[in-house]
Design a binder for this molecule. Sequence first.
Ligand SMILES: C[S@@+](CC[C@H](N)C(=O)[O-])C[C@H]1O[C@@H](n2cnc3c(N)ncnc32)[C@H](O)[C@@H]1O
Length: 326
Amino acid sequence: MKLRASQAVEVLRAAGEPTRLRILALLAREELAVLELCGVLDQSQPRVSRHLKLLAEAGLVERFPDGAWVFYRLTGGGQGGGLIREVLDRIDPADLVFARDAERLHAVFAERASVASDYFARNAARWDEIRSLYIAEGDVEDAILQAAGPGPFKRLVDLGSGTGRMLTLLGPRAGAALGLDLSQQMLNIARNHVSEAGLKVCELRHGDIFGTRLPDADADLVVVHQVLHYLTDPAAAVKEAARITAPGGRLIIVDFAPHKLEFLREQHQHRRLGFSDAEIRRWLGEGAFDIRVETLPPARDAGLTVKIWTAAKVADSAAARQRTAA
Ligand SMILES: C[S@@+](CC[C@H](N)C(=O)[O-])C[C@H]1O[C@@H](n2cnc3c(N)ncnc32)[C@H](O)[C@@H]1O
């Protein structure tokens, strides 16, 4: 569908300002919190917020509150969004201002990644205790066993495997299992745990959830347990998990429902305060998966509700191939 001339003028007027164009270019890469944008642009929050308001009014960016933070992303569809993507595509990536913004964004995320990695290195030995602080772990694990089904699974892949709890839980139902994690400290503890459990089928490897280097359709059971809320780009992680899930197989994502516990950002490196069903469904792609959602009642008055999204990949469907490739 074509844009009316008046619509094109409105879209171009909203984008036609240097800072706003920079903001659009940054949001085309990642969804970002206002404060992250302020850091990269080196501009005050009221100024950046004013620009974002204008862009949102023109339908070019979407706003989504997450606790006390607000994240923004480029609007997915719409003709205005299409026009802006075309404009952004035509900008020389070597342009000084845009290249410097991309570098700063990289530095902001590298700093975040290093703080998070220190956190996991420091807390690897205590991770099993921390994990059980706010949730009734036994209930969650029973629900995960149910969600996975009896198996047997040809191959289990656990992304962000931490101390290996998912591997020791589900490994006995798998012919082969792989845990990937960025933290060597976590991997070492997980190696001990799977070996104590006598699980010879489990391999532990250093790897990044954003680029697992695993082939398409690698596993008939893929698990992402309490990892997404730490990540800078949870949508990309879900997409990678979806890619390596075999048609007919299952992807199980366990995380929190949206909540308000801001201290988890400060003290425990959470970036996102939970996820909505709509978000997870959108990231998995309509049609590629049959999705079942389970909500576990909050335990210990801690204000955290655990969700389990069980996504069964539609067997051998063109939709599945198309959606996970998109
Ligand atoms: C909260 S722990 C959860 C571990 C495990 N799934 C569990 O539930 O016990 C999150 C894990 O994700 C890992 N992680 C964080 N970012 C990652 C990335 N980009 N790729 C792979 N692992 C990552 C951390 O090192 C940490 O071990």
